[in-house]
Design a protein around this ligand. Structure first.
Ligand code: SAH
Length: 344
């Protein structure tokens, strides 16, 4: 019999489940708090739960618990990269960054990725499987338990395409921001997508106040297609329409991510075309100096080129920031996270 994935149940589901075991509803609330607020790593820790209920839960449920394989810390900026093993031997990486505004964790949404972006290490080797809500939550829980510092921001920008794992993503987002769990503010959560149009439109209807970031990386269809296979399925114009719709429904300002790749998409013409494309939109462009991966030839744009690109874009009235490259020395920066296997 399949065991119930206890940590993936939202509060109502958990309460119903506990009631179905013949317990009172408040027991459900207690167990929820142990899992999602007190970040218990075993049933034994749940001191106000009876032995009988603990035994039942042990028998019929799985308690998703990621095993920390390695932790690397950047000497440059204190960024920490965690390699976690899932129960089936797959591995995922998560990154913790310290900013002035708080502590931010970047999580993975899939083991591997099938999107095939030309410049990204996470997609080499393809998709293994989707992560469950519990596996997404536990990346954050284990990091918070390890560091003892409250995580204030979460970005779903690690390995995987979050909108390719839609149902689990939305369950995860609701639980992460639930007042009975870690209660991270929805406004402090960002989901980054390569541009899956039906997913963007659906997310717009979820009544969530999260920020959506679109991986744009090119200012026209032809160039975008050459970098991102998904662009062949969802055309640039369609994707931008979906993003405008997201803004319309949620009033959350869109973020557009643009990885600057030397000689590929960093010319003055590229900047002007991008300016024209986004002009008039209430949005924010985040320029990411591309992080080289060894399997590909891509190089970073020169610092002056990046500055000029920013200046040109700003002439179109667009808000532009350059992403700080954190954790580069530990391969923890954008596009450097990789799929690995447990060696057992
Ligand atoms: N699948 C999602 C989220 C994961 S990637 C997406 O595509 O948005 C998070 C961001 O890092 C994306 O904008 C992605 O395009 C970018 N990225 C990938 N590889 C990169 C690299 N080598 N250098 C810089 N950014 C990269």
């Amino acid at each position: 019999m399949n065991k119930t994935d206890l940590k993936s149940l939202n509060r109502e589901e958990l309460e119903e489940f506990i009631i179905s075991l013949g317990e009172k509803p408040f027991r459900g609330r207690q167990v929820y708090a142990w899992l999602h607020r007190r970040l218990a790593s075993s049933f034994d820790e749940m001191t106000d739960i009876s032995r009988g209920l603990k035994d039942t839960l042990e028998n019929c449920c799985s308690l998703t618990l990621l095993r920390t394989e390695t932790v690397q810390e950047s000497k440059e900026d204190g960024t920490r990269k965690y390699l976690f093993a899932l129960e089936d031997g797959n591995m995922v990486e998560s990154v913790r960054m310290r900013y002035q505004h708080g502590i931010s964790v970047c999580i993975s949404s899939q083991a591997g990725c099938r999107m095939g972006c030309a410049f990204c290490a996470s997609t080499l080797g393809g998709l293994m499987r989707n992560l469950t809500p519990a596996e997404m939550l536990d990346q954050i829980y284990r990091i918070q338990a390890d560091t003892g510092e409250r995580i204030s921001h979460v970005v779903v920008m690690g390995t995987g395409e979050p909108l390719d794992n839609y149902e689990n993503l939305v369950t995860f987002l609701r639980m992460l921001t639930d007042e009975n769990g870690l209660h991270i503010s929805q406004r402090n959560v960002t989901v980054s997508t390569c541009g899956i149009v039906p997913g963007i439109r659906r997310l717009a209807e979820e009544k969530l106040q999260i920020t959506l970031a679109l991986s744009l990386h090119a200012s026209n269809q032809k160039k975008r297609e050459s970098l991102m296979p998904i662009a062949k399925k969802y055309e640039l114009s369609e994707v931008l329409e979906a993003c405008k719709y997201y803004f319309l429904r949620t009033k959350r300002r869109m973020t557009y991510e643009y990885a600057l790749i030397g000689g590929i998409n960093d010319s003055k013409d590229d900047a002007k075309e991008l300016g024209m494309l986004l002009k008039g939109q209430n949005c924010h462009v985040n320029l990411i100096p591309v992080n080289p991966i060894k399997e590909r030839e891509y190089v970073q744009s020169h610092r002056d080129v990046i500055r000029n690109f920013q200046n040109l874009l700003e002439k179109y009235g667009i808000n532009v920031t350059i992403r700080r490259e954190m954790g580069r020395d530990i391969d923890g920066a954008c596009g450097q996270l990789r799929k690995r296997y447990a060696e057992r």
